[in-house]
Design a protein around this ligand. Structure first.
Ligand code: GN1
Ligand code: MG
Length: 360
């Protein structure tokens, strides 16, 4: 680690403290503190992100854009940026071929693994809307697609089918539930993709992973300060981001809930998030796109469950796990969330039309 730290700052040993930051499913992250500086150090998962130079190029492009736009927005707002190595490179490759990079640390902030109040939920929506608003005039083709097929549900179904054909996993009760769940819903899975192909929905620069834990809140005011984890920022659908944010933040039990059957989609959180979003990004979404919000949240929860399930069947090589059944349990949590979303279709659609008429 000393060798790696030396790439980013001239530290004498003993002068520095390292602590694990966050609970990401993909990369490894630490907070590095010394007497005169603090920064975030990350080891990128090279299996998930095999082209680190494209990610760093994207980071540089949209960071420049955000810096140029930096107009006041009525509350504290900061964007993290890439810190080059001491020799001026955007990242460091170690002797094992792993990629390391440093990112600025936004002090005086915390993350919430799950959202617990509607004030926080409103802030979540505002922050996502603000992020979309800031990036709305950055042409999507200026960014590389770092994860081809990301959030393309029919592609995930194809790889699920392929993995399932080869899997020799014992069919437990939970696994059978998940397989039946997928079989019953796969026919309508290409709804958003079809609309995208027909040019009916907006492709612009999106975050790609706006889950609860990727939003920084000010430690004192509990107001949103930043969206972090920017590796998936790139061309995508506003509806995927909105859906993913609702999927994560309206599940107040959290993604790692022990009791999958107790997981629910919380309508009051949904109302507060959408009100916050539309207060900041009213004009970005077309009228008929708003009508698709219910499907966007339903489908992205289904997609994440399917991704966890596929990874479970493939031997958990994508998402980090601490035990062999973890990805199956995560899939169950998402599928129970889908059921709760489906059961509240009317309520969710009513909220969408309420907040569109009166975002405040
Ligand atoms: C992964 O980076 P991290 O761990 O926050 C995943 C997201 C999922 C999320 C679920 C690149 O995000 O798509 O929604 O786990 N990121 C990637 O927690 O696959
Ligand atoms: Mg991520």
């Amino acid at each position: 680690m000393e060798e790696i730290l030396r790439q980013f700052c001239p530290l004498a040993s003993g002068d520095v403290s390292l602590s694990v930051l966050g609970q990401g499913n993909i990369n490894d992250t630490w907070l590095v503190r010394s007497s005169d500086r603090a920064f975030v150090l990350q080891r990128l998962n090279s299996q998930v992100f095999p082209n680190p130079h494209l990610i760093m190029a994207n980071l540089a492009t949209f960071s420049r854009h955000l810096l140029e736009k930096g107009s006041p927005c009525g509350q504290r707002w900061e964007n993290s940026s890439l810190l080059p190595t001491r020799s001026g490179a955007p990242f460091y490759t170690d002797w094992q071929g792993d990629t390391w990079r440093a990112i600025s640390y936004i002090d005086g902030t915390i993350t919430h693994q799950a959202i617990s109040t509607s004030a926080q939920a409103r802030q979540v929506g505002w922050a996502l809307g603000h992020f979309h608003h800031l990036l709305a005039d950055l042409p999507a083709e200026k960014l590389h697609d770092t994860l081809p097929g990301f959030h393309v549900l029919p592609r995930y179904l194809e790889s699920f089918d392929q993995v399932l054909r080869q899997a020799a996993t014992k069919r437990s009760v939970d696994l059978r539930f998940c397989l039946d769940f997928v079989a019953a819903r796969r026919a309508e899975a290409d709804l958003l993709e079809r609309a995208r192909r027909q040019g009916k929905i907006t492709v612009q620069v999106v975050h790609g992973d706006p889950k609860a834990a990727n939003i920084l809140f000010d430690t004192t005011t509990d107001l949103a300060v930043s969206l972090i984890d920017l590796d998936t920022v790139g061309p995508g659908l506003l509806l995927s981001d909105i859906g993913d944010c609702l999927r994560s933040c309206c599940n107040v039990h959290g993604e790692e809930s022990e009791d999958a059957a107790a997981v629910e989609f919380d309508l009051e959180m949904c109302r507060a998030i959408l009100a916050g979003y539309f207060s900041e990004a009213e004009t970005l979404l077309l009228e008929h796109e708003r009508d698709l919000i219910f499907h966007a949240v339903r489908l992205i929860a289904f997609e994440l469950g399917l991704r966890f399930l596929t990874d479970y069947l493939a031997g958990s090589t994508y998402f980090k796990v601490s035990h062999t059944e973890e990805n199956l349990h995560r899939a169950l949590v998402q599928f129970h969330l889908v059921q709760s979303i489906e059961g509240q279709e009317r309520g969710i659609k009513e909220i969408v039309s309420d907040v569109r008429r009166c975002p405040d």
